[in-house]
Design a protein. Structure first.
Ligand code: PLP
Length: 358
């Protein structure tokens, strides 16, 4: 396959080629069943095996303890913004580190008061709170919510917030990119389309004390309760069978490369190469504060929008796609998720080096 682009899209985006090849090979006749996986009922032993194995692979990657379980829902990360206060209660504390955090806060505020305990807004979300400032943030609240990787601004937490209230994290854009101690969280959630699969499936790792017994208001719709989906093994309504299949294969691909620690090392090497190149060339300025730099989304700027346009045009010519910054912040951004190869980043760095005098 030689005509694939160097794909730096923010999401949906590049998936491991071997996974796509398996999808292609199995699309018409899944495991000799005589039909496609997307043509069969979700209530079959065949699909049951797919969902059970997908859960197992994610559990194995994160070494999910018995206290927690993996679920596959729909509605994206965005539906979780609403489900969190419905299930954990109103009055949660939020760390606001960008667009997605703000969206989570906005949604929670419809239901009741929230406490915004940190906001990076005044420095255009270039920085994150320090680890030792977190402890005081979640006193007497039902939960503390944060976004581990800020897809649009290019910042990433490089520590787990230490708190004594239930910790909730939107890991949409760095899910399965590095090891995480799941036991420290009551809920981790991620829209799959950044790092883990196609759009249309949301992966949750949730504490069973939350998922196995709903304790919220009686007017919460059944479908909005974690308990409903947990007790039906993520099949209260028809799940995204295709998406779950692909997520399982992506998780297996990460396992085959050695697991999350190896994936983190691989991602670190790519990030070091790209940030190193940006730092060494006067033409480019990395946007995020150094200690908060994301290993997933690298944001940078040039002196003028015109210069950026010239670079974007040359990128296009070289088959390098997806490096235009998010429409809300401008500049340039390269998303270097798990499935982006070191050689893709090398091609990007070559472009940046060649174009530094534009
Ligand atoms: C993309 C993204 C979202 C939105 O995900 P949907 O699946 O579209 O709801 C939320 N949070 C983060 C961190 C993201 O990167």
């Amino acid at each position: 396959m030689t005509n694939r682009k160097h794909n730096f899209n923010a999401g949906p985006t590049v998936l491991p080629l071997t996974v796509l090849e398996t999808v292609q090979a199995q699309m018409l006749n899944y495991n000799e069943t005589g039909m496609s996986l997307i043509e069969m009922s979700h209530r079959t032993p065949v699909f049951d095996d797919v969902i059970v194995r997908a859960k197992q692979s994610i559990s194995e990657l994160y070494q999910v303890p018995d206290t927690h379980e993996v679920m596959f829902l729909q509605g994206g990360a965005a539906l979780q913004f609403a489900m969190i206060p419905l299930n954990f209660g109103n009055g949660g504390a939020y760390i606001d580190t960008g667009v997605w955090s703000s969206r989570a806060i906005e949604e929670a505020q419809i239901q009741g008061d929230t406490k915004v305990v940190f906001s990076g807004k005044s420095d255009q979300y270039r920085s994150l709170p320090t680890a030792d400032s977190i402890g005081a943030m979640g006193q007497g609240v039902p939960f503390l919510h944060y976004t581990s990787n800020n897809t649009i601004y290019g910042t990433q937490f490089h520590y787990t917030p230490d708190t004594n209230v239930p910790l909730i994290c939107d890991m949409s854009s760095d899910f399965i990119s590095r090891p995480v101690d799941v036991s420290k969280y009551d809920l981790i959630y991620a829209g799959a389309q950044k790092n883990a699969g196609p759009s249309g499936v949301t992966i949750l790792i949730i504490n069973k004390t939350v998922s196995r017994q709903f304790t919220g208001r009686s007017d919460v719709p059944k479908i909005m309760r974690y308990e409903t989906q947990a007790k039906k093994d993520s099949m209260y309504n028809t799940p995204n069978t295709f998406g779950i299949w692909v997520v399982g294969m992506v998780a297996d691909w990460v396992l085959s490369l050695g697991g999350l620690a190896d994936m983190a090392e691989r991602n670190q090497r790519k990030a070091d190469l790209l940030y190193g190149t940006l730092d060494s060339l006067d033409a480019y300025n990395a946007v995020a504060e150094k200690s908060a730099r994301s290993h997933m989304n690298v944001t940078f700027k040039m002196a003028t929008v015109e210069a950026e346009k010239v670079v974007l045009a040359e990128a296009e010519r070289r088959g390098i796609v997806g490096i235009r910054g998010h429409r809300s912040v401008g500049g340039l951004r390269a998303s270097i998720y798990n499935a982006v190869e070191y050689s893709d980043v090398e091609a990007l760095c070559q472009l940046l080096t060649d174009m530094q005098h534009t």
